[in-house]
Design a protein around this ligand. Structure first.
Ligand SMILES: Cc1ncc(COP(=O)(O)O)c(C=O)c1O
Length: 287
């Protein structure tokens, strides 16, 4: 529970009411971000806020608050709610207006609605060590998956399908080409190379993915952005997924088949260690 951000204010959650005709509620007309909190500090905050602005711009939504103001409010909320290990969810919608598909007219003075709240979320360390199972399923999303849009119905259906099979994630494919996970980016490791779908309109350019690109470059691990298919996925030496909440998560089972020897692979473990070092470096508590 705790406090939330509503517009440019921090308020008690119970004091905030969202209009029934908010376009986020009715059309999913908005964009969002999730930022991780480690030891009370926001990790890769600037990158997430920058992506929020990019997503908003791509759907022609005027945030009408500066990135600096959002950063200030976010840091304040994490402090107020005393979040130690957790996340902050933020979203912005095109505001409340009588329900018609087209954007509200400028003269209606409809304002974008910005909200954010925090959650306590422990790092899933035992899963990092054991790895997780995943299914593969068809990617039935639209063609602008680079936008972190509130419209997540295909992702929700894919994740539920994975859950029904007792799996952690659904890895999506378009006509056999692997794009990403339902809420993560997907990678294979083959002959020492990390391979992932190019950051085009068919995937979300994950912030965790961007950190991994940097870490691979800095540590001499070949990182290749190219298409790969379901056969490559099944024949991979290692498979892993990445996201803000799952960090670098080994996939050890795919559609009931074992990946590699059924344990997290060497390069995946190396990337986990490098990622953790990066978290520690960026969220060090100064004494
Ligand atoms: C569809 C999709 N792809 C990739 C990601 C990973 O992005 P990030 O690393 O920025 O969390 C997410 C995160 O929620 C996602 O929903």
């Amino acid at each position: 529970m705790g406090k939330i951000i509503f517009g440019d204010q921090i308020l008690e959650r119970s004091d905030v009411h969202i209009d029934l005709e908010d376009r986020g509620y009715q059309f999913g007309d908005g964009v969002y971000e999730v930022i991780r909190v480690y030891s009370g500090k926001l990790f890769t905050m600037k990158e997430h806020i920058e992506r929020l602005f990019q997503s908003a711009q791509k759907i022609k939504l005027d945030i009408s608050m500066s990135p600096e103001k959002i950063q200030e409010l976010t840091e304040e909320l994490v402090k107020e709610n005393r979040v130690d290990f957790g996340s902050i969810y933020m979203q912005i919608t095109r505001g409340a207006a009588p329900r018609t598909h087209m954007f509200p007219k400028p003269e209606s003075n409809t304002k974008a609605v910005f909200t954010a709240y925090t959650n306590e979320v422990p790092r899933p360390v035992s899963l990092f060590e054991k790895g997780v199972a995943a299914i593969t399923t068809e990617d039935i999303r639209w063609l602008r998956c680079d936008i972190k849009s509130l419209n997540l119905l295909p992702n929700v259906l894919a994740k539920q399908e994975a859950t029904d099979y007792d799996c952690f994630e659904a890895i999506l494919h378009r006509n056999g080409i692997v794009t990403e996970g339902s809420s993560s980016n997907a990678y294979i490791v083959k002959n020492g190379e990390v391979i992932t779908h190019p950051a085009d309109r068919l995937i979300l350019n994950g912030i965790t993915r961007q950190v991994l690109v940097e870490l691979c470059k800095a540590n001499g691990i070949p990182f290749v952005e190219k298409e790969f298919d379901l056969r490559d996925l099944k024949d991979a030496d290692e498979v892993f997924i990445s996201s803000t909440t799952s960090e670098v998560m080994p996939v050890i089972k795919l559609d009931v088949e074992t990946v590699g020897d059924g344990t997290p692979g060497k390069i995946t473990r190396k990337l986990q260690a490098l990622f953790e070092a990066r978290i520690n470096q960026d969220t060090k508590v100064e004494i």
